[in-house]
Design a protein around this ligand. Sequence first.
Ligand code: NAP
Length: 271
Amino acid sequence: MKKKQEDMKFAITSKGDAISNALTQKMKSYLLDFGLEYDENQPDIVISVGGDGTLLYAFHRYCRRLDKTAFVGVHTGHLGFYADWVPEEIEKLVIAIAKTPYQVVEYPLLEVIIRYVNGGREARYLALNECTVKSVTGTLVMDVEIKGDLFETFRGDGLCISTPTGSTAYNKALGGAILHPSLEAIQLAEMASINNRVFRTIGSPLVLPAHHTCMLKPVNYSDFQISIDHLSLLHKEVKSIQCRVADEKVRFARFRPFPFWKRVRDSFITD
Ligand code: NAP
């Protein structure tokens, strides 16, 4: 998909430290000089300056207009999965944004629907990295249903359901697999499950395709600490937590090839 440059509106989200703020001001003034319009409310392109955490924040800020917004990340710390441009390249990036029609790549997101015990109330979230569910009182006990059938009763510290791009974040620390973001899938990873002769879980991360819904149903307690990316909230009287691949996608502006596996290698092995 190509995007024309005329009438392009941009916004920049900064991590907030001195280096990221200075870079933000520099990029803003360059792009204004090129005739682009700064629009914090309805941008066509959002530049995130900081790290992957800054891009998560930008994603949630513009979550309601994902079909109209493309993201690009500049990192002011270490190489990121979402932030892959370095400060020394910003002149090149600004010219690319202002002058060249850019390509957009789309990656899968996780849809989470939390339903509550009383009143049929529900809350819907989109996660770019993952959703985690933890107990607020002792061991988490949850029935895990896949595609409508009971798969297991999980007992342990918690569960993490991640997107392919989030598979290099919390999921990786839990021993989950790294998924290529072209795969329309979500991954369910355990946090310290209890396994003995009485209690049993699969013990391996599960990768579910887009047409398989995962439903978590509380067995004893109904209050949980649930995180969606960087946002963690206490949810009371939870009846179920439904996870599946979202219909929406996140769109990244691509100005040069940067193969996913090269990014994985550069981030975790050596650059
Ligand atoms: P944070 O605790 O300040 O940062 C967590 C780290 O995860 C940062 O180094 C961040 O990179 C990195 N990160 C974020 N998304 C990533 C991705 N898709 N692939 C690889 N690394 C990634 O929290 P935060 O900045 O608000 O980010 C929230 C994220 O932290 C959550 O979505 C979760 O994935 C992650 N997290 C990880 C663990 C763990 O690994 N044990 C525990 C809790 C949360 P930058 O430094 O570039 O921002």
